[in-house]
Design a protein around this ligand. Sequence first.
Ligand SMILES: [Zn+2]
Length: 124
Amino acid sequence: MLLTCPNCKTKNFLDPYPFWNFKGTTKCAGCAKIWRIETSSGACVKGPDAADGQPDLLPGFAEKQDYSPISGPGLTRPAPRARKDAVCKPIPIQRNIRGNAVSGRPLKKEDLIGSRPKFIAGRK
Ligand SMILES: [Zn+2]
């Protein structure tokens, strides 16, 4: 979805998933004005109306009228991550019920003693 700012004509791209059915405020990445919008099934049904305060959700991406991109902290939302607990960190080590490490990092060599290679052996 696209929110063209009535104030500065910046095109704010609103991610379909969080803004699909949305009622609240977002912030223009170009001029920092707060807009109240209401969407239903991915279409804007109300707004944009001028508002103030903190935005509920930031646009995913924005570009100026000359197509130069705008993004960054406080202007647009960071991309969603699959595992919030492991962003820029080692993957947490998980252990099976016997206490042996089965996945994660960093594993030491002694963590792997007793583990089996993962393949399916054919029976004879
Ligand atoms: Zn604007």
